[in-house]
Design a protein around this ligand. Structure first.
Ligand code: GYE
Length: 371
C-alpha cells in the first residue's frame, strides 16, 4: 500500500434499497454511524483460516435481537483477501460492526484471493452452524452448490460487496455498489472531458472473474461503444494490487508508444501505474500527457486526485457492514428484507476540471473521506 491508511469509521449510511455514500456535494444519508478512529492494519492479513469457533446453536428465526435478549449472533464472513486499501477498510468496517459489544461473534476468514479457500471457509461456517454467513465473492461463478448447502442447513447467506451469478433464490440478499454504473460514470466523464478528441486507451482491469472487474469493464465499454474516436488498445488484469498495476503498466509501456488514457480499476493499481510511468518519464494527470482514471476513491486515491495526478476517481464505498448488520437485525426480528441493497457512488475530478458527472476535489472533500 502506498501509505498508511487511517480509517475513520464514520459512515454516512442509510438502510434503503438505494443508499448514498459520503463526500462532495451529494447530500448522502440521514443517519451517521458514530465516529471511531481506527488505524487499519499495515501488516499482512492472517493466514486463511477461521479465527474462531463456537457455533451458536440458536435458530436464527426464533432468536430475538441481541440488544433485546443478550444473545450472541454468530456470523461467518468469507472475505476476498487483503489486496487493496479498499479491502482493508471494508474488513475493518465488518470487524467493528460485528463486534462482541454489538452482540456478535464474528468468524473472519481472509481467503487471500483464492476461490478454493473461500469455498472451504463457507463450508466450515455451515458445519459450525453459524447463524449467518456473509460472502464477499472473489469471483461471480461457481457458487450454486455451496449456496444450496447453506440453504439446506437453514443458514441465511448475505452476498456482500461483489455479486454472484447464482440463482438469487439460493441466498437471502446482496449488498454492494453498482459496478456497471461505476464504469459508465468513468466513461461518461471521459467523453465530456475529451469533447470529441481522440483517445487511445489502456485498461488495467481488476481480478479476473470478479463482479467489480466485469461490471466496471462492461460499463466503460458501453460508453466507449458510443465513441468511434476512442480505441481501447489493450486491457489486462492487475489483480487490484499496486504491484499488479505496476507490472501491467510496465508491459503496456513496452508494447505501446502512443496512448493518452489509462483506466485503472482501483486506486492501488493506479499507484503502481503511476510508478511505472514515473520510471519511464511519462507524464500524467491534469498537467501531463496521459489522463488517469481510477476507481474506489479511497483517501489516498483522492489525495492524488486533489494533487491533479489522477484526473477522475470513481467512488466505491467500502463501509457496507452496517447494511449487513441491519439485514441481520431484521431477520432476527422476523421482518422481510430487501433482495438487494445498492450503495450509490459518485465520481471526483481534479481541481480545474468541472463536470456534470463528478464533484471537483477540494481539501474539504478529502478531509471528509473516512477511508
Ligand atoms: O474496487 C478493489 C477491491 O470488490 C469493490 O475489490 C471491490 C473491489 C475494489 O480489491 O479495490
Amino acid at each position: 500500500m502506498k501509505k498508511k491508511l487511517a480509517v475513520l469509521l464514520a459512515g454516512t449510511m442509510v438502510m434503503a434499497s438505494l443508499v448514498g455514500c459520503g463526500g462532495g456535494d451529494a447530500a448522502p444519508a440521514e443517519t451517521s454511524a458514530p465516529a471511531a478512529e481506527t488505524p487499519a492494519e499495515e501488516e499482512e492479513a492472517p493466514a486463511p483460516e477461521a479465527e474462531e469457533e463456537a457455533p451458536e446453536a440458536d435458530d436464527a428465526a426464533e432468536t430475538e435481537a441481541p440488544a433485546a435478549s443478550g444473545d450472541t449472533i454468530s456470523v461467518g464472513f468469507a472475505q476476498v483477501g487483503h489486496e487493496s486499501d479498499w479491502r482493508a477498510a471494508n474488513t475493518q468496517n465488518y470487524q467493528d460492526a460485528f463486534s462482541e459489544a454489538n452482540g456478535y461473534e464474528l468468524s473472519f476468514v481472509d481467503a487471500d484471493n483464492d476461490n478454493a479457500v473461500q469455498l472451504e471457509a463457507v463450508r466450515n461456517f455451515i458445519q459450525q452452524e453459524m447463524d449467518y454467513i456473509c460472502i464477499a465473492p472473489i469471483e461471480t461463478a461457481g457458487w450454486d452448490t455451496v449456496l444450496q448447502e447453506a440453504q439446506d442447513a437453514g443458514i441465511p447467506v448475505l452476498i456482500v460487496d461483489r455479486s454472484v451469478d447464482a440463482d438469487p433464490s439460493l441466498y437471502t440478499t446482496q449488498i454492494g455498489c453498482d459496478m456497471v454504473a461505476e464504469g459508465e460514470m468513468a466513461g461518461n466523464w471521459l467523453g465530456e472531458y475529451l469533447d470529441g478528441a481522440e483517445a487511445k486507451i489502456l485498461v488495467i482491469e481488476g481480478s479476473v472473474g470478479a463482479s467489480a472487474t466485469l461490471g466496471r469493464t462492461e460499463g466503460f465499454n458501453n460508453i466507449a461503444a458510443q465513441h468511434s474516436e476512442w480505441e481501447i488498445l489493450d486491457s489486462q488484469s492487475g489483480d487490484f494490487t499496486q504491484a499488479g498495476g505496476q507490472e501491467v503498466m510496465e508491459s503496456f509501456i513496452k508494447s505501446y508508444s502512443d496512448f493518452n488514457v489509462v483506466v485503472c480499476q482501483n486506486d492501488n493499481e493506479a499507484y503502481g501505474a503511476m510508478d511505472a510511468m514515473d520510471a519511464a518519464g511519462i507524464t500524467y494527470g491534469v498537467d501531463g500527457d496521459v489522463i488517469i482514471i481510477s476507481f474506489d476513491a479511497t483517501h489516498d486515491g483522492l489525495q492524488y486526485t486533489l494533487d491533479g495526478k489522477i484526473n477522475c476517481n470513481v467512488e466505491c464505498n467500502p463501509l457496507q457492514a452496517e447494511f449487513a448488520a441491519e439485514v441481520i437485525q431484521k431477520l432476527q426480528a422476523g421482518e422481510a428484507v430487501d433482495a438487494q441493497t445498492v450503495v450509490t457512488d459518485q465520481a471526483f475530478v481534479a481541481p480545474g476540471i468541472t463536470s456534470q458527472y463528478a464533484v471537483t476535489m477540494t481539501q474539504e472533500v478529502l478531509d471528509g473521506r473516512a477511508y
